[in-house]
Design a protein around this ligand. Sequence first.
Ligand SMILES: [Zn+2]
Length: 304
Amino acid sequence: MIARVIYAGYIEHDPWGVTRRKGHHEPIISLATFEKIQERKNARPIAAAKQNIHADFPLRGALSCACCNQPMTACWSRSGTGKRYPYYWCQTRDCSQYRKSIRAEKIDAGFEELLKGLTPSQNLLSIVTSMLSDAWDQRAGQRDNGKAQIKRDIAQLDKQQDSLLEKLVDATNAKVVTAYESKIAKLEDEKLLLSDKLTQNSKPKYSKAEIFELLKTFLSSPWNIWEKGNLLLRKNVLRLALKEPLAYDRENGFRTPQVSEIFEFFEIITSKCEMVRVGRLELPHLAAPEPKSGASTNSATPAT
Ligand SMILES: [Zn+2]
């Protein structure tokens, strides 16, 4: 894992008093990405690391025991008749479900149902993608504004540094000098971070059309990709569709999944559409004035 700022095109070496500054080499990643990686280093991954996930058990790492909330493990095991079957089981010693195996096919069937349940209607998909498309354009506009703001912030930091430098020149007390020096170095760090953001190629690697094509393919049927995809694609489906590992209970099957933001968004839009639909249906009923005698073609019963 990347732990050295050098990959971001910077150098720093505390023992020699070299504070973070731009190096003369080509960066591999941006400074912002570097900072993000540092933050994420301890985060728990949804899909397990490559070496402990096997194609026979694509859900391993994304499955937790509903009883103890710990990840389930999987293996091939023999049934009473001597036939080999893939199983998942809880590996937490003090859990009541410890070593109680569950047939993988049972879990797979439940997962199929769950993933199919995430398939939005074509109508919903087109509403959401057009909303995302607007958001995309808006973001592009914000990016331009953001750059202008970063430039102003850098100018502001420059000013602060200048004034500190002036004070530093006049300072005689050693402690005060050190304090000024460290403050100036800190400002330099902030400035580097900002100028790095500025020099980054803010244009996305892929065009909007390309990204939206991929997005639509995935969103229109995650199940389709899961069914036909290899292990890597399957892992990506898990990452893109879920926020947390899926909790599975031997008796009741899957708990309601913690879906990723995009599927949460689908749910919100669906329930809002539902509210609008129900509201519209009830409107003529609520607003119905005097019922006309004889004209009883309306299915809604008048409230008189
Ligand atoms: Zn358990």
